[in-house]
Design a protein around this ligand. Structure first.
Ligand code: ACO
Length: 369
């Protein structure tokens, strides 16, 4: 039986194609690097949910409707108030979604239902952050693109276009990535014909685990701890000597460099070229150089390369997103992908019901203590 279902096909999907050997990722046929460079989050939502990038008019409609959904989520804040008391922002997102009325969830399969979920996650994450900082909530502005408005609601300077563009690039890079643990969890729930909110809650629960959504924050802590390019080699060597894994390196599928690492390195470089402080970009590059050397010496012949989280952490730091919100931001982005998986799984009509290989006690003839 393959360890952790590696290499087992559980569904047919036309959402994303990953080539681990070559380090390539295509979303509905589009190279991730071209998407990160050329489109924003709303366009990727449209691509994931309809199979095509939107024409300008359709994009305007989508922006308008997503803006309206953010306003509605803010108006529903009384419904989510219990969520804002959660200690952890991902707990807050889970609690908020669980508060969406069952009557609404029944009809949530269309585009409006998807927009409602994506908007609610962004609005609640921002509200949770503002409240945790003792700051008043910032009302959404439905006329703005989603990413720009989200930064505004968080209280981060959204007037700096380069920052907005960088966060948008990160959201595009992270919106979908095959049948990973959280997408699989969402698919399992969708396969039972439960509603989309329940499926997204399953995705959120899986993402929260330290092996999935938490690595960007661990990379950020690593960069904090190293502090300066001159310290990188010694710090990394100490970590490896202590038997610890280096966050931001290695991937279950990619043997070559994760293509999203390249896309986000370039997005962070563009941010720097626009005059924004990117204190961890040079450090992340030095860490990559030294880590590849050390990992190559330690595991000759094994290809362990930089993954999305290495430059994701440097980029989010430069945008000004607090590390406490990294997983919540990931969830508010990846929800677009989960919802596409949910729809695909529903359309397949099959109930995901694998089996286990029994390794327990042989059948007993009578009850024994
Ligand atoms: N640092 C140090 N050693 C590593 C690293 C790393 N980042 N990645 C793999 N190795 C070593 C392992 O210790 C292992 O050595 P061993 O055989 O002596 O035990 C060997 O390389 C192969 O490890 P596997 O676990 O077989 O590699 P796999 O490809 O299955 O693991 C994983 C991938 C879990 C992502 C691993 O590389 C890792 O733990 N990386 C660090 C955490 C990280 O950045 N995770 C984000 C990945 S992206 C995502 O969201 C899943």
């Amino acid at each position: 039986m393959p360890n952790g279902l590696r290499g087992v096909f559980v569904a047919e999907s036309s959402l994303s194609y990953l080539d681990g050997e070559r380090g390539e990722l295509f979303i509905r046929g589009h190279d991730i690097r071209a998407l990160v460079e050329g489109v924003g989050f709303e366009e990727v939502c449209c691509l994931l949910w309809t199979g095509r990038l939107p024409e300008p008019r359709a994009l305007r409609c989508l922006r308008r409707d997503l803006g309206a959904a953010r306003v509605r989520a803010a108006e529903d804040m009384w419904l989510f108030s219990v969520a804002l008391d959660a200690e952890d922002p991902v707990d807050a997102l889970q609690a908020a979604l669980a508060c969406l009325p069952a009557s609404e969830r029944r009809g949530d399969t269309g585009r409006d239902g998807k927009l409602r979920i994506v908007a609610a996650l962004a609005v609640v994450a921002a509200a949770w952050w503002r409240r945790s900082q003792g700051q008043p909530l910032v009302a959404p502005d439905p006329a703005l693109p989603h990413c720009e408005d989200w930064l505004r609601m968080l209280g981060i300077d959204s007037m700096r276009a380069a920052r907005v563009r960088a966060l948008d690039a990160w959201m595009v890079a992270l919106a979908e990535h095959g049948t990973n643990a959280s997408a699989f969890a969402a698919r399992v729930v969708a396969s039972t014909r439960a509603d989309s909110v329940s499926a997204v809650l399953a995705g959120l629960a899986a993402l929260k685990g330290t092996l999935h959504g938490g690595i960007t924050r661990r990379v950020h802590s690593m960069l904090d701890a190293i502090g300066d390019t001159g310290n990188a080699a010694a710090w990394l060597e100490r970590e490896l000597e202590s038997g610890r894994r280096l966050p931001g390196f290695g991937h279950p599928i990619y043997r070559a460099r994760d293509p999203r690492a390249a896309a986000l390195e370039s997005a962070a470089a563009q941010l720097s070229a626009a005059g924004e402080p990117t204190r961890y970009l040079a450090l992340a590059r030095a860490v990559e150089r030294e880590a590849l050397r050390l990992l190559g010496e330690r595991y000759p012949g094994r290809r362990i390369a930089a993954n999305v989280d290495l430059y994701g952490a440097a980029l989010l730091d430069a945008v000004g997103l607090p590390p406490e919100l990294f997983i919540a931001a990931f969830a508010a982005t990846r929800a677009a992908g989960w919802l596409a998986h949910v729809e695909e799984q529903r359309a397949s009509g099959s109930l995901l019901r694998p089996e286990h290989r029994y390794v327990g006690q042989a059948p007993l003839r009578r009850l024994t203590a």
